[in-house]
Design a protein around this ligand. Sequence first.
Ligand SMILES: Cc1cc2nc3c(=O)[nH]c(=O)nc-3n(C[C@H](O)[C@H](O)[C@H](O)COP(=O)(O)OP(=O)(O)OC[C@H]3O[C@@H](n4cnc5c(N)ncnc54)[C@H](O)[C@@H]3O)c2cc1C
Length: 480
Amino acid sequence: MALRTAEQYRQGLRDGRVVYYRGEQVEDVTTHEQLSIGVAHTSLDYDLAEDEDHRELFSWADDDGTLHSRYYKHPASAQDLLNRREMIETSTRLSSSTVLLIKEIGTDALFALDLVSRVIDEKAGTDYHERVSAFHQHARDHDLALAVAQTDVKGDRALLPSEQEHPDYYVRIVEERADGIVVRGCKAHTTNTPMVDEIIVLPTRAIGEQDAAYAVAFAIPVNTPGVKLLASPFGASERRSEFHYPVSSKHHLVDTLTIFDDVFIPKERVFLQGEWQAAGFLANTFVEFHRYTAVSYKPPLCDLFIGASALLADYNGIPKVSHVREKLTKLITWTETVRGLGRAAAHDCRITDFGLAVPNVLLTNLAKHAFADSYHEAIQWVQDIAGGLVVTGPDELDMANDELRPYIDQYLGGAGVDADTRLRAMNLVRDLTASEFGGYNQLLAIHAEGSLEAQKITIFRDYDLERCKDLAADAMGVSR
Ligand SMILES: Cc1cc2nc3c(=O)[nH]c(=O)nc-3n(C[C@H](O)[C@H](O)[C@H](O)COP(=O)(O)OP(=O)(O)OC[C@H]3O[C@@H](n4cnc5c(N)ncnc54)[C@H](O)[C@@H]3O)c2cc1C
């Protein structure tokens, strides 16, 4: 099997996995009232690889001519990274700005593991690279959907794992056996875990020798005994109407608390077991690939902000007003800065000795920081142009009431536009910026793929300050 259909993908999720939603165990995520919306959303990945218009971008033929999902292709050039970027931006745009994230993040982790396992093997004489390659091939050949659980619950942020009040604030190895390891702990915010076949677990941070038990990475099927998922219901109370919530009624992500209750991991699926010196290197390498994914999927949401604001400027009769043009210009500048820096990160990639293309770290972080740092301000520009109806408009049941509808039609029209169209534009802005889903997007902007401070640290660390000091010294007429 190389490419699966969407139906085969959904069938694979009916495997006895343990998922809880609002205190109750879910029998079947594909038919569950709320989680099935997420499954329908992620199914698009499989539809696109089948679709005539998108097959070329979303699939790739190996040397034998077998078709695979393009996500599983190791990027070997700037063009491979650009193709990957285009694939992520396209699927996100087709999902009205919500990333699918069932192969993007998993392959980010596979590329990082590919790179880091070679380094560990060389130093420690281990065979992790062989295991990583075998898992990569397995995931590719079975066209698997993958989640990545990296972020630990972390307890007191100022303390190392072994200094915490109890030892399980970071996932750790509790038993080492000849045939594998047993792990315990909990990861937070794991996106789409109920909708994937397997979970890749990575360490969150750099650690010292005393924390070697926390240096652990592995991959396991979601239905492995002891894995328990507590799905966040965030935003579910609102997802009832396409009129009020045109995006989130059809597209949303589901994040979980991912609990490992003494889970056995077979040896061939363990990719890091106690090599504490490599924990930070693996964590950071994953993040660098994943931030490139992030800056590939952000622009479609920015595009929707521009489009909705421009339409509402027209509908409100203010398209030529100077402050409106200024706000639209700022939205365009923000969007194209993120998009342009993302593309530049591919063009300026680094090719490793063994041929893996790594996106430019500085440019990737600049793009992610530019997006996240101005996100809340961008919402202010959008909401300012739209006006208060975003949160005060009538209900769709009022629209369906024959007595009330004439009032709505009479009073809520705009500049050359009927009330229904104007309200739909307001509702789009509400869904994206002023609903529970809008709040989710705000948190996603700030924290997902690492908080703002993490990007600043990377930008400072990766910048060539010495080059600028030399230039300044030259200009001063002194030598260094
Ligand atoms: C919608 C969403 C989806 C996500 N999806 C995934 C996923 O699929 N997989 C995954 O693994 N993770 C995922 N994440 C997790 C994301 O990477 C984290 O939210 C992010 O790294 C911040 O961690 P935190 O939420 O624990 O916040 P904290 O780390 O608690 O951050 C809060 C604040 O504390 C600061 N801080 C924390 N520790 C320190 C310290 N030691 N010194 C100084 N300042 C500190 C931070 O800079 C920040 O300002 C997701 C997050 C969100 C919001």
